[in-house]
Ligand binder design. Sequence first.
Ligand code: URP
Ligand code: ZN
Length: 458
Amino acid sequence: MLITNGIIVNAGGTQKADLRIDDELIVEIDTALAVQNPSEQVIDAQGMLVLPGGVDPHTHMDLQMGAHRATDDFFTGTVAAACGGTTTIIDHIGFGPAGCSLQHQIDAYHGLAGGKAVIDYGFHCAIARVDDAILKEMSQLPDLGVTSLKFYMTYANRLSDEETVNLLARSRELGILCCVHCEDHAMLTELRKRFVAEGKTEPLYHALSRPAECEAQAVSTVLNQARAAGDAPVYIVHLSSAAGLAATQDLPFIPNVILETCPQYLLLDDSLYAQANNEGLKYIMSPPLRKRADAVALWQGLADGRIDTIGTDHCPFYFATDKQAGKDDFTQCPNGMPGVELRLSLIHSEGVVKRGLGLERFVELCCAAPAQRFGLYPKKGVLAVGSDADVVIFDPDKEVTITHDLLHERVDYTPYEGMRITGYPRTTISRGEIIVQDGRFNATKGRGRFLKRGFSRR
Ligand code: URP
Ligand code: ZN
């Protein structure tokens, strides 16, 4: 396959060039490449950007959350991802039965994803407790290709301070990257209790019970713990607030703090919680949506390099059913929102077109940096000779009004309904195969492969 006349954009540079794919790999990038034989498929990308396939470092396919289950499984969710130009996801494994081993959940997730995913995928391990058995078992993770894990500072499966320091120190020894959900459990629990006792149970109180201070407090705590654990690297997931960002800057002595944010914190705000008809339930997730000023601070952090990656935290639930569990009490609403399909287009439109985020920075945030930080680079995240031929042909001028009907996510709404955006993927190629053309997915269920990841690097 030969892609001609496009503008090839990598995090490290942009060039007008042609790109040749042989089987699953990129084999040549140069100007004026000639067709090699009559069977070579030629794609004219005149006027198009040619981008590395998107790498979404934060999804929750098929996640069991209490009585609810995220509505996208590894088939429907990866079809949606592919339609939006994402060719790799790294999914956060859910917690298993109390006391289960790490292997138990990794096996369970191979069962959920294998035979279903249509793009390549990796897993972040989930840690619900830290004891001798877990600390010992962790040494096997790199061999399994699972070189990152996640722990929570809130929810039932949160770790204690002692567990956290032990886990960070052990992860550092093994080269495993710890992803952390930063919300101060004591603070939010107290606020929730008070609001519920006062009968303040509308969706808005979800946001008010988890204020930005709650994030900032948790960020400071975990970064100090990482310091105490011997400068363990830490990846903070879904950073949502100016206060949270400022808390990372107060602690410049941590040498390797990696920050992720998500489109919802950049594009939406907490005014959405106060809508009529309990529409605010659609936006119940943790951390919650913030103020406009928080989004401004996050955009600034993306532009100046303090924030490193953009993931989606894709975790959809049906508004008509699942989300209604919270209609009389926000604490009963499953947390999470769809987003895996629109990441590239939203960030292109709102970042590149409206705010002057450079194209190369856009590619860095959405493709290259997630691949580097999670041990997939240069196989993924870059258009280079020898890399997997994961390529997105992206029309930077296409104007689209987002509607739920346009999307492939298996859920009954999109948080971005009615938004007018500029830039949309035209063709998605995964390991040399065109899997999406003009919004139509056409490939085999289960073609996606598990990615055994290496260690994190810059
Ligand atoms: O509200 C969110 N972020 N849902 C996804 C599951 C989690 O909390 O990580
Ligand atoms: Zn998440």
